[in-house]
Design a protein around this ligand. Sequence first.
Ligand SMILES: [Zn+2]
Length: 158
Amino acid sequence: MDQAKSTSLVNDKPIPGFISALQCKCPRCRKGKMFVTRNPYNLKQTLNMHKECVECKQPFELEVGFYYGSSYVSYGMSIALSVASLIAWYIFVGLSIYDNRFIYWLVFNALFLLVMQPLLMRLARSIWLAFFVRYNKNWRTNPPERTERTNKDQMNNW
Ligand SMILES: [Zn+2]
């Protein structure tokens, strides 16, 4: 093995898992991108995913309807964002029972969550997949586990 190649292998440390999840990268190799397009706000392409990781061939659809579960993640993140926006509203705008500032927050928060939705949907899928697929430092040489419960005919019917 030549010098340059062995050096690059030594430096081939994976990025931390939570950063890889935030960047919507494959949890198995932490290199391949999960989504076809970079920008989640290209709405026709928001949930357009690669079938498998371009780097390590990890399938991204582990079973039929796999990403239904990601709605729990998305729900949790929406709650967390709402709490954060309520706290920020309380600090910067204030809340009182004698005026409509709480109503304004409700409207603001609804719009805020709506605007964040494409990003949240992607993050939810990325985090959901990371629950089930572990990092494998030998991803270059070991093939990924094959999925058992997928049905080619029913793909994308969900
Ligand atoms: Zn991968």
